[in-house]
Design a protein around this ligand. Sequence first.
Ligand code: IDP
Length: 149
Amino acid sequence: MERTYLMIKPDAVQRGLIGEIVSRFEKKGFKLVAMKFLRLTKEMAEKHYAEHVGKPFFAGLVEYIISGPVVAMCWEGKDVVTVSREMMGATNPAKAAPGTIRGTFAVDIGRNVIHGSDSPESAERELAIYFDSCEFVEWDRSVQAWIVE
Ligand code: IDP
């Protein structure tokens, strides 16, 4: 089953949106596999956002992401990478569809409340930054057959 890395960013934690955001993925039918509350080091942030090194917003992005605690999560489910990106909405909240997480809770690209991997390959790379393999919890949900045929 596909996995993705989702991260509730420092602005959402400060604004008390953890429960609201986690709830959306739970209700959708995805399965939580790993979760931790932590503050990123500068090294972790630079590793996570390595593809953006050299861009004008890079320094501000790193400063933002290490400015307070985040919730790091691994979620599992059918097409979870694509579907969770749809649920998040566009990177720029001004362009995010109403009802999406960013469309509902954010207005600024520099404070867009959530991160989600953009491909299964990115998910694998990002999950390795935050979790050891022993931290992924194997468990069965009694409702699984009512979520995926
Ligand atoms: P994504 O988070 O939707 O995958 P990316 O293009 O990978 O979007 O950008 C990573 C993060 O960098 C964004 O979520 C946002 O926080 C930040 N970012 C991207 N572009 C800008 C910008 O132009 N100004 C400020 N921050 C930006």
